[in-house]
Design a binder for this molecule. Structure first.
Ligand code: NAD
Length: 267
């Protein structure tokens, strides 16, 4: 039985991840924690996620619970996930990080810590559909990329803290890698009079509205025709299921950085 610790237990994703752990054979929740000033600290996990008492109090730091678990599932905030990875470097537990919004330096540090000390699944989107979309976008880019304009539009709920989404950046990275372009070809928004669109550019546009769980469309627009590849997440459970799958997969692996393509066998 894999013993799981959930970071950000009272968050939108943390809550769904705990529900999914409770519904999945082979994994059990042993501990959960929140930021020290969260009103959820000290309450029972069950009370916070709308279930009967589970006998697991929400603690205020990873250090207090890390001994109990095999894997830490972290969907929190970029600075918090980095701090948790630094703590875990001393313990070597498996980790699943779904947080977005990292700077390049933060993500590089997390990956370096993992390569040296613990197995990590890190992915900006843990749904099966998006990970298939990466493959479809790669194929479309191989066929159309030299001649067609490529733009990405992403839409999320009003509470999302980072923009553009990690998934939109990951999609742009797939396109750039396939075309041999670098990150300077990404454009995060357009404003004013910009004249003709540069040929070598990947535009990323952001919508923040209401309760949209997560939508991504990649446009491949040529002369006289257009292809749009769209993924729509209808519920956070799609990400939570992926995270729990990743947790079951990553325990016992060698230190290093893995992604959902490893977990889902898409490589
Ligand atoms: P949220 O704000 O609802 O939840 C985050 C939780 O983390 C909050 O409860 C917050 O109190 C807690 N937290 C913050 N700092 C902490 C700390 N130091 N220690 C412990 N807990 C801490 O946000 P959310 O919608 O659940 O999203 C969380 C993250 O997951 C975001 O970065 C989001 O973009 C990302 N996300 C990833 C995927 C994916 O598939 N990879 C899917 C959805 C969301």
């Amino acid at each position: 039985m894999v013993k799981a610790i959930v970071a950000g237990a009272a968050g939108r994703m943390g809550t769904r991840i705990i529900h999914n752990i409770l519904d999945t054979p082979g994994i059990e929740l042993v501990a959960a924690f929140e930021r020290p000033d969260s009103p959820a600290v000290g309450k029972d996990v069950g009370e916070v996620i709308g279930l009967p008492n589970l006998g697991i109090p929400i603690e205020d730091s990873l250090e207090k619970v890390i001994d109990k678990g095999d894997v830490i599932i972290d969907f929190t905030f970029h600075e918090a996930s980095l701090a948790n990875a630094r703590i875990n470097a001393k313990y070597g537990k498996a980790m699943v990080i779904g947080t977005t919004g990292f700077s390049k330096e933060e993500l590089e540090e997390i990956h370096e810590l993992a390569r040296q000390h613990f197995p990590l699944v890190q992915a900006y989107n843990m749904s099966l559909g998006i990970n298939l979309l990466y493959k479809l976008v790669e194929l479309a880019t191989q066929v159309l990329g030299e001649d067609f304009d490529i733009e990405i539009v992403e839409a999320h709920h009003r509470m999302k803290k980072d923009a553009p989404s990690g998934t939109a950046i990951a999609l742009a990275n797939v396109i750039a890698r396939t075309l041999g372009w670098d990150e300077s070809t990404f454009r995060f928004c357009r404003e004013g009079i910009i004249g003709e669109r540069p040929k070598k550019e990947i535009g990323i546009q952001t919508i923040r509205a209401g309760e949209i769980v997560g939508e991504h469309t990649v446009y491949f627009a040529g002369t006289g025709e257009r292809i749009e590849l769209t993924h729509r997440a209808a519920s956070r459970d799609t990400f939570a299921r992926g995270a729990v799958k990743a947790a079951l997969w990553v325990v016992g692996k060698s230190p290093g950085v893995y992604d959902m393509h490893d977990v889902l066998g898409l490589k």
